[in-house]
Design a protein around this ligand. Sequence first.
Ligand code: 9D3
Length: 249
Amino acid sequence: MRFIVISIFPEMFSALSEFGISARAVNNEKVQLTIINPREFATNRYQSIDDRPFGGGPGMVMMYDPLQKAIMDAKKRLNKLAKVVYLSPQGKPLTQARVKELACEDALILLCGRYEGIDERLIERHVDEEISIGDYVLSGGELPAMVLMDSIMRLLPDVLNDQESAVEDSFYNGLLDCPHYTRPAQHSEAGDVPAVLLSGDHRKIQQWRQQQKIKRTFMRRKDLIECLCLSDEDKQYLAQIAHEEQNKT
Ligand code: 9D3
């Protein structure tokens, strides 16, 4: 997959290209990451890419022309029609379902805003989709672009190794994960690991883990419970938890 990012802070993306799974994906050429700095397309003698907002008010707005030229440069390099995604607080909140769909594209152009945002006419004319990563305020679109790329990359074929994808497999079913433990089994300060995990009874362990996932999702994220596909056994356990919870209050 090919990502072309448009950002005035290209160095930030070394976080992806230098560390961890994303760095390995770039090195193995499963992912090609190119950053275009719109400042290269600035025309005045101060190389400005922003200007004061019409109508007044605080802050600056990124200008149409340098961003338009950067997008044209990106499209020329891709030699095809790639979707232009603008990372923006006004976008649709990102979900794992949307990540899965975007992982099927062969290229994405990711536009990162700074300051108060970008000239609306650029969004109308050149942006295909606006995506937010959640309802909290950041300083720009670079971290959201990295969040989006990280989430996509780990779904690409041959990006995760066998161990990493085995972990992936058993998880994303809409449930929160169960707790994990490693050696030592006993710890003077932290206490003991749950005995079932040391029992060697794999059926029991699997059942315990599944019940922990259900319990945690119910306790921490009631909003996720509605979207679940549970087995009859899981539903019965959930009903039991819900009943216990009711009797507490
Ligand atoms: C304090 C500025 N705000 C005035 C009401 C508006 C504002 C402008 C620019 C808020 C944030 C930003 C920069 N954020 C992003 O570019 C961004 C973002 C985010 O802040 N939260 C979640 N997802 C995203 S995607 C891009």
